[in-house]
Design a protein around this ligand. Structure first.
Ligand SMILES: [Zn+2]
Length: 273
């Protein structure tokens, strides 16, 4: 923070030069703040940065965008606008999906920056909300049993392009920050199917792959049939990806108890700003 100007004192900044204003500012700070200011300036010089959302210089996330982002993310209990139910028609089952926010405004920008512009530091912003939603949707287990948090995988092409798996990255951050309760366990058991064999060739496929051979996703076989899983995704739009993930888990012997996401696409009639 700048020290108050002394009335009548002529400052270098008053001469109008940006360099003079910079010197003015540096000279007006306490030693500790001057050191922090110097480090920030040095970092900005060596590693120029800009806000992930509005591109304002010198901040990875500027204070205004940070405030907007926090205002658009929610902790449980999550209201009806942040919930929906998806159907698995062939099993005549419904499962509940809860999201921490609506996919609009700064939250949508932040998710896109995180997924498509390498702003991986945003995982720390998202982790508390995704972890809280997951904890709220997972009933307490009997001692010794866990609910598995299963991230929905990015497509192989997207993963190659980004170099990381966004949802898995958020879960890892939540785990590292101690936000995942002990009754939950992160298990990336879903994969995209990748085969050079002609469709229909069954030799060499696992039991679960053969069972769910109609879909693009498969899950590793459940060691314990009926293991409870909670799917985790970044954005839910039509729900088709979550349904494919749920079908793959079910085919491999798991029980899908629901899904959580960072954001849900608002219905067309919803006013988001
Ligand atoms: Zn900003």
């Amino acid at each position: 923070m700048l020290a108050p100007a002394v009335p009548g004192q002529r400052t270098l900044g008053a001469m109008g030069s940006p360099l003079a204003a910079w010197v003015d500012r540096a000279l007006s700070l306490t030693p500790a703040r001057a050191a922090a200011f110097g480090l920030r300036e040095l970092a900005a010089l060596l590693l120029p940065t800009s806000c992930a959302l509005c591109q304002a210089p010198d901040h990875r996330l500027c204070p205004r965008c940070a405030r907007q982002l926090v205002a658009q993310l929610h902790l449980p209990p999550l209201g009806p606008a942040l919930r929906c139910r998806l159907e698995l028609p062939q099993h005549q089952e419904l499962f509940l999906v809860c999201a921490a926010g609506l996919y609009a405004n700064e939250l949508a920008q932040a998710i896109l920056a995180f997924k498509n512009r390498q702003r991986v530091f945003l995982a720390a912003q998202f982790a508390p909300y995704l972890a809280a939603a997951a904890a709220a949707l997972s009933p307490p287990c009997v001692p010794g049993e866990q609910v598995w948090l299963v991230p929905v995988p990015s497509s192989p092409a997207a993963r190659t392009r980004r170099g990381y798996w966004p949802v898995q990255r958020i879960l890892c951050r939540a785990q590292a920050d101690g936000l995942i309760p002990a009754r939950l366990s992160c298990r990336p058991i879903l994969r995209h199917r990748f085969s050079l064999r002609p469709a229909g060739a069954q030799k060499g496929k696992s039991r679960s792959q053969r069972r769910s051979s109609g879909g693009a996703l498969y899950a590793f076989d459940a060691a314990r049939p009926g293991q409870q899983v909670l799917l985790v995704d970044d954005v839910v739009t039509t729900g088709a990806t979550l349904i494919a993930a749920a079908n793959a888990c079910r085919a491999a012997g798991y029980r899908v108890i629901g899904a959580v996401a960072l954001a849900l696409t608002p219905p067309p009639s919803t006013e988001t700003r």
